[in-house]
Design a binder for this molecule. Structure first.
Ligand code: PRP
Length: 263
């Protein structure tokens, strides 16, 4: 069984009791609970907390999901990135870190006091390199700009977006994808997938995809190229609205420590 991504980042302190988890306690009665993302943002999140001089979760090499800081001041949950805004909105966690892409897709009612200096990527519309120009309406909606980080494929980045027939778009971001096409008057069929959306065009399930691009390697390896950047993303700090009022001193202290690293 592979080690979790967070192994070797945290302090090797002993695991302590987690008093904030006692049943029946309200958010005002317990210590801060911080939801951190598993996956590709995990390591950078922990490194950032450490640089900010904040307590780190103990026992990060284990597969436990709830981890206390060595001093007991903060509890951490290692959550699926998609669930972080949900935990924070409902007050199950006071604070959270996840990508701006996930925040915009999930559209939860949370405070976003700070963009964090890691996890930079972009949400892109992408398609097969061999897409025939005959399949698109050449007269409409030429792209206004493409990210500087996008590969230089002028013949592809110049591709119009409005298909003559309804395009099928595979994505893990159905809400943002629907908004993007609706704003352009395109009647797209959105095919929501849970991951590996690059398979959509390969298997004939979809014409295009909307997905996260970081290095561009996954697109390249699967014969796809970027057509448009829909959203520039990076990590963001989330705060529960009620916690922000009731635990203002502690939370503002954390924000201030983080802010020093972002300015
Ligand atoms: C994301 C995204 C792409 C890949 C892009 O997937 O969905 O597949 O990263 O990264 P790259 O541009 O550096 O190649 P992730 O690994 O997060 O897993 P997922 O497919 O399950 O979303």
């Amino acid at each position: 069984m592979s080690q979790p991504e967070t192994a070797a980042i945290g302090d090797a302190a002993e695991t302590m009791e987690a008093p904030w988890l006692s049943a029946g306690q309200s958010p005002t009665e317990r210590s801060l609970l911080f939801a951190l993302p598993k996956g590709r943002l995990a390591r950078d999140s922990l490194t950032f907390l450490k640089r900010a001089g904040l307590p780190l979760p103990t026992d990060t090499a284990s597969r436990k999901l709830v981890l206390p800081a060595a001093d007991g001041s903060i509890g951490f949950v290692m959550a699926k990135p998609r669930d972080v805004p949900t935990y924070v909105e409902h007050g199950a966690a006071d604070l959270g870190i996840c990508g701006l892409d996930v925040v915009r897709e999930t559209d939860r009612a949370v405070y976003e006091p700070l963009l964090l200096p890691f996890g930079h990527c972009r949400l892109c519309l992408a398609g097969p390199t061999d897409r025939s120009p005959a399949q698109v309406d050449q007269s409409v909606d030429r792209p206004e700009s493409v990210s500087d980080a996008a590969p230089p494929f002028p013949e592809v980045t110049g591709m119009p977006l409005r298909y003559m027939s309804q395009p099928r778009i595979a994505t893990e971001f159905p809400r943002l994808t629907r908004q993007f096409f609706a704003a352009r008057g395109v009647n797209a069929e959105i095919i929501a997938l849970g991951g590996s959306v690059e398979l959509g065009p390969i298997l004939g399930l979809a014409d295009l995809i909307v997905d996260i691009v970081q290095t561009g390697e996954t697109l390249r390896l699967n014969g796809l190229v970027e057509i448009r950047t829909i959203l520039q993303s990076q990590a963001v700090l989330l705060v529960n609205r009620t916690s922000y009022q009731l635990k203002a001193t502690a939370i503002n202290g954390i924000i201030e420590r983080m802010r020093r690293l972002t300015s």
